[in-house]
Design a protein. Structure first.
Length: 385
C-alpha cells in the first residue's frame, strides 16, 4: 500500500485551473463521495517508489463518523493560493515541502465531487479511500487508510468548507477534563481561531514554582487566538456544538512566555495493528515522566502532573521540568499564584513551615524578622511587616 500521496492528497488539490477557479483560500474537510469517510493527517512521512510508481499514503486516516473528526485538528485542511498555485497545509505541514517530483492535479468529476491524482513520468495514480475484500459495504463505519489506485469508484471526493455556522461541518472543542461545572482540555493546532460560542476561554502557563508546586494560568487577551500555540481551553460544556470556533486565515503573535510545548502527532504502529503494510510511519513524542508534566484533574483541581503514559497525545501539550521537579503542579489563577494559598505540594517537595516568599513568588528567607518592610507570604498567609 502507499503513502506519499499524503502529499498527493494534499497536493492533488494543488495544480488545477478548474480548482483554482472554484475553491477559494480557506479551511476545508475532505470526504470520500462513496464511503462517506473523512480524511485526516496522522503523520508527515512520505515515500515514493519511482520504479514501481507506488506512493505510500498511510499518513492519511479516514473516519466514517462525523463526531470522530468534528474536534480533530488533523481533519482541518487549509487550502492556500499563491500566484494561481495551491498548497494544502495541515498539522504544521505543507504540500510544498513534500511534493517532490510528483505533479499533482485535481479535477471536478461532477457538480460536487473531485478526483485527485498524481503523475510521474506520464503515469497517473488516484487518491482513493480504502475498500474491502470481505464483501462489507463501502459505507462501513470501520476506520481505515487512504491509498492510491489507477481506477475505481473510490477516487471521488467532496471538498467542503468549514464554518461555525454550518451544523454539518464546523470545528468545536470536546473537552475531556471537568472541575466543578467547568470543562478543560489540552489543545494544540496549526490554525488560528476566535471563539464563535460564548463562555469559552483560552489560557496558557506563564510561570511556575518548583518549591511551591504551582503554576500560573494566564488568559489570552484579545479576540483572536494564535496559531501553533499550546493552550488550555475552558468551557461549560463537553458538547462540540456548544464550543464552536471561527477559523482564521491570519494569526496574531503568540506569547513569548508560554511554558507549554505542543505536539501535533502521535502516530505509532499499534494504531492499526491489523494493517501489516505500514512501515516507518512513527511520528510521536515519547513521554518522559521525570521531565514532563501534562494537564490532568486531581482531587477536584486542575493540575499539571507526572503520568506513566508512553506517548504524549496528539494535538496536546506538555510542560518541561527539571528532574528534581515536583510530581504535581496545582494550576492557579494569577491572584492565587501570587499568594500560593491554594498550592498543593507533593510529599517529595513539601516546603518548610517557615519559608517566606515575596509577592512575586520568590523565596526570600525563613524569618520575617530580618526582612525589610513589605508584604510577604508564609505558610500560605499574607503577612504585612
Amino acid at each position: 500500500m502507499k503513502k506519499k500521496l499524503f502529499l498527493l492528497f494534499f497536493s492533488l488539490l494543488s495544480s488545477s485551473t478548474n480548482f483554482a477557479q472554484e475553491v477559494a483560500t480557506g479551511y476545508y474537510r475532505v470526504q470520500n463521495a462513496n464511503t462517506k469517510r473523512y480524511a485526516a493527517l496522522y503523520d508527515t512521512k512520505a515515500k515514493v517508489d519511482k520504479l514501481a510508481t507506488n506512493a505510500d499514503l498511510s499518513a492519511i486516516r479516514t473516519y466514517y463518523y462525523y463526531d470522530r473528526i468534528v474536534s480533530d485538528p488533523a481533519s482541518v485542511i487549509y487550502i492556500d493560493s499563491e500566484n494561481g498555485n495551491y498548497a494544502l497545509k495541515v498539522q504544521g505541514s505543507s504540500t510544498r515541502e513534500m511534493m517532490g517530483e510528483y505533479s499533482l492535479i485535481i479535477k471536478k468529476a461532477s457538480a460536487i465531487a473531485y478526483t485527485a491524482y498524481g503523475t510521474y513520468n506520464n503515469y497517473s495514480v488516484y487518491l482513493c479511500d480504502e475498500g474491502f475484500d470481505d464483501g462489507k459495504s463501502f459505507s462501513s463505519d470501520a476506520d481505515t487508510l487512504a491509498y492510491m489506485a489507477t481506477s475505481g469508484n473510490l477516487k471521488y471526493w467532496y471538498i467542503n468548507a468549514i464554518s461555525s455556522a454550518d451544523d454539518t461541518n464546523y470545528f468545536g472543542f470536546k473537552p475531556d477534563l471537568k472541575v466543578g461545572n467547568d470543562y478543560y482540555q489540552s489543545f494544540y493546532a496549526s490554525f488560528p481561531f476566535s471563539f464563535a460560542s460564548t463562555n469559552t476561554k483560552a489560557y496558557y502557563i506563564d510561570k511556575k514554582s518548583d518549591e511551591r508546586g504551582i503554576v500560573e494560568l494566564k488568559e489570552f487577551t484579545g479576540q483572536d487566538l494564535p496559531a501553533s500555540t499550546p493552550m488550555i481551553i475552558k468551557s461549560n460544556s463537553d458538547n462540540p456544538s456548544d464550543n464552536r470556533v471561527n477559523l482564521l486565515t491570519s494569526s496574531v503573535t503568540a506569547p513569548s512566555d508560554n511554558l507549554l510545548t505542543g505536539v501535533y502527532f502521535c502516530s505509532v504502529p499499534s494504531q492499526f495493528v491489523w494493517y501489516d503494510q505500514i512501515y516507518n510511519h512513527d511520528n510521536y513524542v515519547e513521554n518522559n515522566p521525570t521531565t514532563m508534566r501534562v494537564l490532568q484533574v486531581q482531587d477536584g483541581a486542575l493540575v499539571l502532573k507526572k503520568v506513566d503514559w508512553k506517548y504524549i497525545p496528539r494535538n496536546s501539550f506538555y510542560m518541561s521540568v527539571s528532574t528534581s521537579a515536583p510530581d504535581v503542579y496545582r494550576v492557579l489563577s494569577p491572584e492565587d499564584y501570587l499568594t500560593g494559598i491554594h498550592a498543593v505540594i507533593s510529599d517529595s517537595q513539601s516546603e518548610k513551615a517557615g519559608d517566606v516568599y515575596n509577592l512575586s513568588g520568590q523565596k526570600v528567607g525563613d524569618n520575617t524578622d530580618i526582612l525589610p518592610h513589605g508584604v510577604y507570604i508564609q505558610n500560605g498567609i499574607k503577612i504585612l511587616k
